[in-house]
Design a protein around this ligand. Structure first.
Ligand code: MRU
Length: 354
């Protein structure tokens, strides 16, 4: 990518810079965020999207909210940060990385509240920057862990966009493809278009094509026919929140794809960093699912595509039960046939809530 999905410009007094993902693939435009309100809006409108990228954006949003604070003591700055975090947390409900990143910022402020305000502000800037840098490294590791699952000459399906655009760099599910390609493997990726906002057609096809990975776009409803008519080796998707037992929330349509994969005996893999696990939730039924504006379904490209006044249900995510998942690729290793015990065995000690 010519510039990173999300970056920070100009040191501690600077601002965040984002690729506006609502305009891709037609228009490549970069936007600057200078306030917590601008970052909130960017997250809500999917200018920046994808669970890990939302986490990084939330951390910078929290920092922007206290960047010009007049607080004199660390305690005063902590109180301000708490208010900003509560506000940023309302941007989107499902991707747990948002809450994870805000919790990290809060913890740093709380642990260092005895510092003078200026020193604490510096510390919070460093923490937000660390979240960005760590995500880059983790995505590379996800690619390395997942690449052996790719067969030279194989064919794969992915849903939504879990690539460099959804993370600080390289992606989660798409990192597996990028890494396999770097190892000299050649293969075919089918990208579900991903209704209603077409992250697959607009974003995944855009970034895979740019990276020289062979990509073919299909409508979401074509995956079953594809699996019946051609050999598909596996499905790889990202995640927005994974419960303790491995149940996984991801973009709406993922659950249907997992059912289709099971019916055709195609292994279904989730690829996600440890920060996407929510060990406080026993199962996926407890994951809050965002419902978005009906206009996302009834309108496309500035024109109405459904009759005026027709009721719409527009959940942005669904939950795939762990029983349909062959494995979860994490930076700590592969969790095969996920269950509460297996999740805990692989990531337990590494999870921030442990
Ligand atoms: O609504 P979005 O575009 O933020 O949804 C994104 C997804 O569902 C991704 O698959 C998920 O966040 C994983 S991104 C590495």
């Amino acid at each position: 990518m010519p510039v990173p999905t999300i970056s920070w410009e100009g040191g501690q007094d600077g601002h965040a810079r984002l690729i506006d993902q609502t305009l891709l693939p037609d228009t490549y435009q970069v936007v600057d965020c200078r306030t917590a309100e601008e970052m909130w809006d960017a997250i809500r409108r999917l200018v920046v999207r994808g669970a890990p990228a939302i986490g990084v954006a939330a951390a910078f949003g929290a920092y922007l909210g206290i960047q010009r604070s007049a607080a004199r003591t660390g305690g005063e700055l902590l109180a301000e940060l708490e208010r900003v975090c509560e506000y940023v947390a309302t941007a989107r409900p499902t991707a747990v990385n948002l809450f994870w990143a805000l919790a990290r910022m809060r913890r740093v402020a709380s642990d260092n509240r005895e510092l003078p305000a200026a020193a604490l502000r510096r510390r919070l800037f460093e923490e937000a920057t660390a979240i960005l840098e760590e995500d880059r490294a983790i995505c590379r590791r996800l690619g390395e862990v997942g690449a052996p699952l790719i067969r030279d000459g194989g064919a794969y399906v992915t849903h939504c966009n879990a690539g460099g655009l959804a993370t600080a760099d390289f992606g989660t599910a798409l990192a597996v493809f990028y890494s396999a390609k770097d190892h000299g493997k050649r293969f075919q990726v089918y990208a579900d278009e991903t209704r209603p906002l077409l992250q697959g057609a607009r974003l995944t096809a855009w970034e895979l094509a740019q990276s020289g990975v062979a990509v073919t776009v299909i409508c979401d409803g074509m995956a079953a026919s594809l699996m019946r008519s051609r050999r598909i080796d596996a499905v790889f998707v990202g995640a927005d929140r994974i419960a303790r037992n491995g149940d996984t929330a991801n973009k709406i349509g993922t659950y249907g794809l997992a059912l289709v994969a099971r019916a055709h005996e195609v292994p279904f893999y989730v690829v996600a960093p440890v920060s996407t696990f929510d060990l406080t939730l026993e199962h996926g039924g407890l994951i809050p699912i965002e419902e978005r504006d009906p206009a996302e379904v009834t309108r496309w490209g500035g024109r109405r595509v459904a009759p005026e006044g027709v009721p719409v249900w527009n959940p942005a995510f669904d939950v795939t039960p762990a029983s349909l998942i062959a494995g979860i690729v994490t930076e700590c290793g592969l969790i095969e046939r996920p269950s509460a015990e297996r999740v805990s065995a692989v990531i337990g000690a590494r999870h921030p809530a442990s």
